[in-house]
Design a protein around this ligand. Structure first.
Ligand code: FA5
Length: 330
């Protein structure tokens, strides 16, 4: 019985793989010519059927037609997957945004405040330090004189990460970076640490559960409370204008001594912008710094509160909502 090379499982297998690996139209056209064109083996085999003895012709013809049908299917499948791929919408970065009719977007008010904050502090010689949003209980609380059960922890009702040990948390303030930075660096230094913080907060017009803080830490020889006041006055006036009415109010933080709050007069009331104070000697020690040689001040304020005062915003939570009608005003 006449044997045709196309009537073998191997032949179809090789053809199938070839059609599956097509990358572009010219490869597909070449394969089509090779497997299905007039000069293809299957076409030659079919032409040779005429020479086959009659009693074998019908059977071999049937087999050859099945092979041709399979090859046709491989081709069509390959053609349609190539079309799917080429018909994917291409991403043209140069096209204008769909909402162009509504005008271009602009920098978010909180980001505007942060950018101005960075500018003023870098002019004063501060370095901007990056930090992580997940903090250990040690750096967030204990290294700052807040052991477990310390009542000052209540001031920052906190989420914990359930890792079995409850020693990790989305940080409740940026102050965790104080001891972290001290451990790695030798005074003198002046840094700010911006970043998001998280609290289990009863939200209201001045409290969100997620907000941006800007931590500040200055350590050197002879750093005093007047440096703290001078720096904060300079920066707050730079951000909110020379006319802003501000006051320092005595307060308490376990990691600063003495401690103050910084308030701005806004819409008939005093609004707290941040906490500050002279770094507690034990905190310096926890960071490996000798408190007999060095002193320092620290502060931590809320960027959204600055945006509220600067832009006259009634409800701080609006800064976290995607409402263009509100945001496009600033
Ligand atoms: C602190 O977080 C201290 N770590 C600040 C500090 C740093 C003190 C260094 C001493 C030395 P407090 O919880 O008060 O303190 O928060 C600081 C500021 O963050 C507030 O004054 C306010 O501006 C802002 N803030 C606090 N809670 C919220 C909130 N829920 N939503 C928006 N802003 C907030």
């Amino acid at each position: 019985m006449q044997k045709f090379s196309t009537i073998t499982p191997e032949y179809l297998e090789v053809a199938k793989k070839s059609f599956e690996n097509v990358h572009n139209k010219s490869e597909l056209d070449a394969l089509k010519a090779k497997y299905l064109g007039p000069k293809s083996t299957i076409s030659q085999d079919l032409r040779q059927l005429i020479d086959i003895e009659k009693n074998q012709r019908a059977n071999l013809g049937k087999q050859l037609n099945t092979v041709k049908k399979n090859l046709d299917e491989f081709y069509k499948k390959s053609q349609s997957s190539l079309m799917d791929a080429t018909q994917l919408p291409s991403l043209d970065m140069s096209l204008p945004g769909k909402s162009l009719d509504k005008g271009f977007g602009h920098i978010h008010p909180t980001s505007q405040i942060l950018a101005q904050t960075y500018q003023i502090f870098t002019e004063l010689g501060f370095a901007i330090v990056d930090s992580d949003e997940i903090e250990t209980d040690w750096y967030n609380f204990e290294a700052l004189n807040m052991p477990p059960e310390h009542p000052a922890r209540d001031m920052q009702d906190t989420f914990y990460i359930d890792n079995g040990k409850m020693n990790l948390l989305p940080r409740s303030h940026t102050s965790g970076m104080q001891v972290r930075f001290m451990e790695e660096n030798t005074p003198p230094f002046k840094i700010i640490v911006p970043g998001r913080v998280f609290r289990n907060e009863d939200e209201d017009a001045t409290h969100a559960w997620i907000f941006n803080q800007v931590e500040g830490l200055v350590v050197g020889e002879g750093v005093s409370m007047s440096d703290l006041k001078g720096t904060l006055l300079r920066v707050v006036r730079g951000l909110l204008g020379e006319d802003v009415e501000i006051r320092f109010r005595a307060s308490y933080f376990p990691y600063t001594e003495p401690s103050v709050e910084l308030d701005a007069f806004y819409q008939g009331n005093w609004l707290e912008l941040g906490g500050a104070g002279m770094v507690h000697p034990q905190v310096l020690r926890n960071g490996g710094i000798d408190p007999d040689k060095y002193s320092g001040f620290a502060f931590g304020w809320g960027a959204e509160r600055f945006a509220v005062v600067k832009y006259g915003i009634g409800d701080l939570r609006e800064l976290w909502r995607p409402r263009f009608v509100f945001l496009e005003q600033f």
